[in-house]
Design a protein around this ligand. Structure first.
Ligand SMILES: [Zn+2]
Length: 143
């Protein structure tokens, strides 16, 4: 077995950048200071990309938009656990059963939603912000 030597500047795959909440422009710098997904302490963001210096919050109040994304994620998760609960229990009589799975789900996924709503906002809902390979290899060549 011989792992061929990596190329000097490997293009960072979108899936990797998304999963690890990397900067949408260079895919190298982190968006969050800590990388623990399910922890409230891991939710502190850098103001600027530590690698290419992109300012994450495009304008004041921009993160409010992420709240709507977060809400959509929440609804999706609630529907998913409800459907799973139905297929597991076939119970349509007892609302407490559903509330009993929905509330912990909301709680458990809150940090996840917080993080990935911001990732989604920067990756897909911000016009003009996209991956720039040059930023990825020349960290100090920015204005
Ligand atoms: Zn960056």
């Amino acid at each position: 077995m011989n792992n061929s030597a990596n190329k000097e500047e490997e293009k960072v795959p979108l899936s990797y950048a998304l999963l690890h909440a990397k900067c949408p422009r260079c895919r190298k710098g982190d968006m969050f200071k800590k990388s623990s997904y399910f922890s409230f302490k891991g939710q502190v963001m850098y103001e600027n990309c530590p690698y290419c210096n992109l300012r994450y919050e495009k304008e004041p109040g921009y993160w409010y938009v992420a709240m709507f994304v977060s809400y959509a994620l929440n609804v999706g998760e609630m529907l998913t656990v409800s459907i799973i609960t139905y297929f597991v229990t076939h119970n349509l009589e007892n609302p407490w059963l559903y509330l009993g799975v929905i509330f912990p789900t909301i709680f458990i996924f809150a940090p996840f939603n917080y993080r990935y709503s911001r990732v989604a906002l920067l990756y897909w809902l911000t016009p003009g912000l996209k991956y720039d390979e040059r930023r990825s290899s020349n960290p100090h060549k920015h204005s």
